[in-house]
Design a protein around this ligand. Structure first.
Ligand code: ADP
Length: 474
């Protein structure tokens, strides 16, 4: 597959330089995209700025119709787009198709939610005055998205922006641009007017600089690491653009002694091993009450033994490769560090690399402690370290002892213990007996250094509007 930029309604290439997109399961080339930079980013922003006045004045009903056409096309092609996703990213095909469905769910949710972008009128304190609050699209939106959810992260930004009346420029991740290209082809088929949606592939730093400095941009929405999020925030201080940042996590999972352990294992498996542990809401560290820790660990080990590692296109595979060598080495380092500090490997603990393909076996560690890297940093791999605790307060303290605050999970059947945990965990998303809380209707986002703003739900639409106050004197 040979991707191109999509700028002002045209598929285009500026120079000869290309980025090779590789299959992390085989090391083979899947396709190429152009290695764009300043010129392409500038042209895309200018196209989006030119399209904004007319697009922002269309009715939300027209915009919703286009969004729904795109939604339907995406679902019609979900197997095909899912296969591109698996080939460039590695996740098992069933998960990839699930991601396309998840992406489509954002499009339909925001097509509807756009119709409920209500303003308000407020009773004035003086006679002969009217106070009116309007919601208006923020303007040209630029987005930067990561490789771990190449479809969903872009759809989650693009759908609300378009529903609100904004125009859009996307920069997908270097490792996984082909899914984005195909999704744009389907959006073109749906019939978005020229300039409303634009796509540029290439150098993140060069494109990022233009995104944060061009005077026509009004909003940057970013999903990626906390480190790059901070850099983009610094760069944006000159232009004062509106920012939404969805950054790193280091999710705790707490299992209390009254939990339904089967449900807890199911939740941990979903949270920990989906996408081979490469999600920002993945449970990274597991705290289990000491009186059930042995039983729980054994159950988790047994469930983990059922996972199958391999090429995501093969039937029955549930764990694909890690995305690249750096990702593999980080996982290896975390496990080795944990073992050197006293952790015991119940299952896994090693991997296999061949032809630039990096597979790590799903791993369960016990006897973890707070000195280990795995308990302090996002591992981004299929490693489940278990540490025991005595009291609920201690578990909350351990869980909150981090600069991240994206997702936290706990398992308990007690209303009062659960309420205590839910209210005291400093996290934007809390899963109570639920290992997969992400959904289009709910606000997703983090506290602390996990970011600014929310995506999905009503809040996900608010992120793309300005509030204008109109004071009328009669
Ligand atoms: P991840 O670990 O998910 O790759 P990154 O923050 O490195 O996290 O990357 C997320 C996205 O940010 C990717 O699309 C990447 O290309 C982009 N990116 C990386 N560095 C920069 C930068 N200096 N400016 C703008 N975007 C960047």
């Amino acid at each position: 597959m040979e991707g191109k930029h999509y700028i002002n309604g045209e598929w285009t290439i500026y120079g000869d330089e290309v980025i090779q997109v590789m299959n992390p399961a085989t090391g083979e080339q899947v396709g190429t995209v152009p290695n764009g930079g300043e010129a392409e980013a500038t042209a895309a922003i200018e196209a989006a700025a030119a399209a904004f006045p007319s697009w922002s004045k269309t009715t939300v009903y027209e915009r919703a119709d286009l969004l729904m056409k795109w939604h339907d096309l995406l679902l019609e092609h979900k197997e095909e787009v899912g296969e591109i996703l698996t080939k460039e990213m590695g996740k098992p095909l069933a998960e990839a198709i699930g991601e396309i469905e998840y992406s489509a769910s954002f499009i339909s949710w925001f097509a509807e939610e756009g119709k409920r972008l209500y303003g308000r009128t407020i009773p004035a304190s003086k006679e002969g005055k009217r106070i009116q609050i309007n919601k208006q699209p923020v303007g040209v939106v630029v987005s930067i998205t990561p490789w771990n959810f190449p479809a969903a992260m872009m759809a989650r930004k693009m759908a609300p922006a378009l529903a609100a009346g904004c125009t859009f420029v996307a920069k997908p991740a270097k490792l996984t641009p082909l899914t984005a290209v195909r999704i744009y082809e389907l959006a073109e088929e749906a019939g978005f007017p020229k300039g409303v949606i634009n796509l540029v592939t290439g150098s993140a730093s060069k494109i990022g600089k233009v995104f944060t400095s061009h005077p026509d941009v009004r909003k940057l929405t970013f999903t990626g690491s906390t480190e790059i999020g901070k850099e983009l925030m610094k760069q944006s201080s000159e232009t004062m653009i509106n920012l939404s940042l969805e950054l790193g996590g280091h999710a705790p999972i707490i299992v209390l002694d009254d939990a339904d352990l089967e449900l807890a294992v199911e939740g941990v498996m979903a949270s920990k091993f989906r996408n081979a542990g490469q999600t920002c809401v993945c449970g990274n560290r597991i705290y289990v009450q000491s009186n059930i820790v042995d039983k729980f660990s054994k159950m988790l080990q047994e469930a983990t033994a059922k996972l199958k590692v391999g090429n995501g296109l093969e039937e029955g595979v549930t764990i694909g490769p890690l995305v690249d060598k750096d990702g593999y080495e980080k996982v290896e380092k975390h496990v080795q560090d944990a073992v050197s500090k006293g952790a015991k490997v119940l299952i896994g603990g090693d991997g296999k690399t061949e032809n630039e393909a990096y597979f790590y076996n799903p791993t369960v560690l016990v006897n973890a402690n707070s000195d280990m890297l795995v308990m302090n940093e996002e591992t981004f791999g299929p490693v489940a370290p278990i540490m025991s605790f005595e009291k609920d307060e201690e578990a909350v303290k351990l869980a909150n002892d981090t600069r991240f605050g994206l997702a936290a999970y706990f398992f308990t059947d007690s209303m009062s213990r659960g309420t205590y945990l839910a209210e005291n965990l400093d996290y934007g998303i809390v899963g109570w007996n639920d290992g997969s809380p992400s959904t289009a209707q709910a606000p997703f986002g983090g506290m602390k250094e996990s970011g600014i703003g929310r995506e999905g739900g009503q809040e996900g639409l608010e992120a793309f509007v300005e509030t204008k106050y109109i004071s009328i004197k009669l």
